[in-house]
Each structure stands twice: as structure tokens, then as C-alpha cells.
Design a protein around this ligand. Sequence first.
Ligand code: FEO
Ligand code: CA
Ligand code: CA
Ligand code: CA
Length: 510
Amino acid sequence: TGEKIEPKIEFPFKGLAAKTEDQLLLDEGLEYQILAKWQDEISPKDKFGFNNDYTAYIPLQQGPDLQEGLLWVNHEYLDPLFVHGFARKADPKTKTKEAIDQELYEVGGSILHIQKKADGPWTIKQDSDYNRRLNGFTEIPFDWPEAIAGKKVAMGTFGNCAGGVTPWGSILTCEENYQFYYGESDYSQDAEQPKRIASAYGWEHKYPDNLPEHYGWVVEVNIKSGKARKLVALGRCAHECAQVHEASDGRLVVYTGDDKNDEHIYKFISSQPGSLTEGTLYAANTEKGEWLSLNYEEQPILQEHFKDQTEVLIRLREAAKLLGATPLNRPEDIEFDPQTGNVLITLTNNIPKGDYMGQILKIEEDSEDKTGLTFKAEAFLTGGADFGFACPDNMAFDPRGNLWFTSDISGSKIGKAPYTPYGNNSLFVYHQAEDKVIRVASAPKDAELTGPYFTPDGRHLFLSVQHPGETSPSLEELTSHWPEGGDSVPRSAVVVISGPSLDKLMGYNS
Ligand code: FEO
Ligand code: CA
Ligand code: CA
Ligand code: CA
């Protein structure tokens, strides 16, 4: 008939039903390999840490015969039961220094030099000097003119949940639930001498010089040198992630969410091209569609309550509330929709407020380059029966612009009402043309799938399988044996997913 038919990529996934098996199950046409699991040796002196989360792949070379790059992996937290056999209900004050030092070692991040030869698996280059760990001992300076709670250099990074990549290929790793390790400060009675609230892990008992103010920052890591700095200008909260946009004039716009019930989303706009230290931080009022400046000089209400900009950044949550930032339902990951430029934010849930299922929120900035201060916000996808997912968390867009996201129903609630129909935590892909969400992977017991990150060709997806078996009451009663099976202890691991379905989606014949 002479009519030209545009080649159209067919959506290749059949989709999985909700599952409850203690396995990583994938949709037909997908397969996985384990790249690194807890305690694997990554260099002569370092082992892969606990509870791997965010991943980011920085390619070094990308050819048909060899793919080679550096993989950043967050190690968010650790389970003392598995690390040193600490009983579930034991008092953290009774931990020995040796046990706490073991814990400090397990968190932070790993840098892995990885490669894949044609038809071979992904492997870690064992002899590479790039392979290293950051952990609870790593000395990390604050990039700020003033000391932070008496220190210019912090000891360690931990709680590293999600993150982002800068335009120059460094990693932003985000210190999320920092309060579990050295506790929290309560400034309500006396801001000069805050009351210290005890932590769950009890590290403050062995390292009393490390204060809550030293943590809760976005940390930039040079993936080649391993050198890091804490970015004070981005504020202190339970940062889930940091998503960077480079405006046409070179200024940076960084979005970050504070993953706690009724906390806020923020964006930093740099005043200088490429700066993560000079600029203004804003908090979102999503009802009015306004970004509210946290600049001390511009805000009399901040001057009434705080002594300077440093204090505003340390006590960010209080400052944002004074300005009228909107309380949100646990803002987690943030990604930019490559088709529209819209900012997508997962709001995972807010159980005390009756939001069990969460949603993906869309922010449409009024400005072209995201540097403006007004926007529109509306739901993009809602959790629950309509789309068949609950508690969205990490997101990634593949190179063809499809949205992939994971769910995070907390381990103790999986399989219980109202989450029974959703089975184990999963990885989903949104089929925009049909407006439906397809489950493509299901996690082992108690686990969460986190940190999805695609290679530039989209044919390989790095994914963390995090905290399998975390509800195990003791080492004798394990709820998961993933990945080694039998009677083995469960281990978090980074896997690489590939296969004919993914190739097809990316337009390759395999
Ligand atoms: Fe560590 Fe917000 O998940
Ligand atoms: Ca997360
Ligand atoms: Ca989460
Ligand atoms: Ca997690």
C-alpha cells in the first residue's frame, strides 16, 4: 500500500504474578548473575559490605568485545545478628568495642572495577587499585567554611541509601537514617547544649566524639580516587537520594528527599557553574507549587530562630517547617523523566496517616531549566490495586525512556494485610502505552530490590537484593537462605540482570 511502517519496539514482558518464594524470580526472557555478595573479597584488604543498596555504573570503556567500568555500591546498614551474632533484644550498650568496630566496617560503600568480555559474565577485576571500601572509619571532610559540631573532618559515612551521579561522573551517596548509629540531637530545650537521644546501634558509647550533626549529609565521592567530602550546602536530613540537573548556564540543580513521615523535598540551586557548595537550598510547598528559600539572609523567620546559615543547614527540618514546607509521605527516590523533563518522586507511604500504598509524585517545573521557583505537582502513579504495586521506592529510566521502579514493603509487613496481595517486594516497569505496571522481578524473603541502574546501552541492569532474611529471629531460625540455599545465612548481593527480553526492549537482536 506504500505506507511506511515505523519500526516499533514491542514491549516484551509477560509479567510475574505476586510471589512469596525465597528466590530472586525474573520474568521470562530475563536472567541474572551475582556480581558481589556480602563478605566477598574485593581487594587484598577489603570485603564487600552489608546490605548493598544504591548502585551507579561509570563506564571506562564500552565496546562490543569488552565493557569495563567502575561500580559504586552503597552499604546502607548492617544486621548485628549476622555480623557478630548479637541477639535481637540485647542492649546495644553491652556491645564490645570489637563488635562495634566490625559494624563500622560493614557500612558506607564499595567501589568495584568490573568488566564483561563478549559472551562472558560480569566480573570484578581483582588486581585493580580502584577496588576499595569507604566505611564508618573513613575520614571525610565537611566542605564548608565552618566546623560542624566541632569537627572539620567527620569519621565515617553510613546509612547510605540511594544517591546520584554528577555531570563530571562523581557519586553522590546519601546518609539516610543516621540517627540509628550515633543517635539524634533534640534542640528544643537548649540549642547550644542539645539533648542527645540514644541510638539503636549504640556506637556513641564507644566513639563519643562522633555526634549526630556529623551525619545526615550528602557525600560526594570521586569514584577513581575514593576521596570524599560532605556537602553541607545540601542540608542535613535523612537524605534518600540526590538527583542532579545541569542547567544550560552550567549551574546545578540538585533534588533530594528526606525519607521520614511528614518530611520534605528540597532542591539546591548553585550560584556558580558546577558548584555543590555555593548556592541556595529550597524546600517545597507542593500545595502552592513554590520553592521556599532557606537562605538565612533572605528569611527573617530563620533569623529569629537560628544563629546563622550553618545552624539552618544542620537543623534543616525545623527550618523548612518554619517556612511552610509541605509534609510529605516519606519522599524516597527522585528521577527526571527523559521524555518530559518532569521530576518524579516516590512517596513510599505514611502509615500513621493511613497511606499504606504510596505513590509516585510528578513535579512539573514552570522553568525550562529547573532553576525557577514555581511548579505544579500531581500524582503520576498511585500505589494500590489499580496498578498492583505498593510502597514505591527506587526508580531508574532505561535508555529508551521506560520507567522502572522497586517496592519497599517493610520486612515485618510483607504478606500481611493490607499487603497480602502484593507478595514479596518487586521490580516493576511501567508500560506507558498501555498505562499499566508490570512486575518483572520478585525478591527473596524479607528482601527489597534497590539501586536499579542501567548500563548505557540498557542491556544490563545492576540491582541490589537487600536484606534477605532480615526478620530472622536468630541464627537458628533463618527466614531466608538466599542466595546460597541450604542452611546458609542470607546475604545481600548485587546482581546483573540481562537477557533476550531486555535486549528486545533496547532494540537489539540477541
Ligand atoms: Fe533507605 Fe528510604 O530507604
Ligand atoms: Ca531506599
Ligand atoms: Ca525505603
Ligand atoms: Ca532499604
